[in-house]
Design a protein around this ligand. Structure first.
Ligand code: FES
Length: 266
């Protein structure tokens, strides 16, 4: 074991940090951003209405896929395998564990919420309040290793949202049409795919465990593209999080009749 690995303590300075910049600002912003999303998600899930606009096939992303017998008519594109379990278990609950699991175990979000919520550590070169550090070596944090499996589930969810977006090109007369909602759904699904494909697990899946890139030119080419996307993973994590919430809010407002969907054509 190296001297570094066997080191038992940290630098012996009494100050919690010697940093003089506003190191607390990024974790604070992260905390506020993630909390805003969690609160919106909870309110929206238990609101359990205004998620389907039949005129244009707009389905709110929080309710997709809608797999429960409680889903409003027309909103279940993939059947209703789950029964109506009342207000305590609204339809999003059946999909939420997969979507949430993907984000919670994401390498970027781990860094973000370890800093913002657990202060472990709150920032580089800032002492943490915890006496002991066991990292991700014990339960429950050792479960972070299942991220790659959530990646497969996230691919499925992204495919479902892509389907939702394709059928949202529905015009007022039943033919093809495009409204502001359609465009927002397209942007959302592009961001979601970009975030999902920029995942570290995806990068490993495509280019990992290869001894010779030269013998796998297609995988190497794909790996270079995913590596490029991977460099933007943090940005994509935030943009896709915001776009999911914004599209959901937009569909809710249209479904509730609060706003009218502006149509580009039909
Ligand atoms: Fe962030 Fe996989 S590392 S989604």
């Amino acid at each position: 074991m190296s001297a570094l690995a066997s080191s038992t303590g940290r630098a012996r300075i009494s100050a919690r940090t010697l940093r003089t910049d506003r190191w607390w600002l990024p974790p604070l912003m992260t905390f506020l951003g993630l909390m805003a999303f969690v609160v919106y998600g909870l309110v929206r899930t238990f609101m359990n209405q205004w998620y389907w606009v039949p005129e244009h096939n707009y389905l709110a992303p929080f309710f997709s896929p809608c797999l429960s017998a409680a889903c409003v008519p027309g909103s279940s594109h993939f059947g209703q395998p789950f029964p109506d379990l009342g207000w305590l278990i609204p339809p999003p609950i059946f999909v939420l564990p997969f979507v949430l699991g993907f984000r919670l175990t994401c390498y970027y979000y781990r860094k973000a919420y370890y800093r913002a919520f657990w202060a472990s550590p709150p920032a580089c070169a800032v002492g943490e309040p915890h006496g002991r550090y066991t990292g991700e070596t014990r339960f429950p944090l050792i479960m972070q290793n299942v991220h790659r499996y959530f990646f497969y589930a996230a691919m499925l969810v992204a495919a479902v949202l892509t389907y939702d977006t394709v059928i949202a090109f529905k015009g007022t007369d039943g033919g093809v049409g495009v409204g502001l909602g359609t465009l927002l759904m397209v942007v959302n699904v592009v961001l979601l795919w970009s975030y999902t494909l920029s995942c570290h697990s995806c990068r490993h899946l495509i280019g990992g465990r290869l001894n010779h890139f030269s013998k796998h030119p297609v995988r190497y080419w794909l790996w270079t593209k995913i590596t490029w996307l991977n460099g933007k993973h943090m940005l994509l994590a935030w943009c896709s999080l915001a776009s999911v919430a914004l599209v959901d809010l937009y569909v809710m407002l249209v479904a509730a009749g609060t706003i009218t969907d502006p149509r580009l054509f039909n």
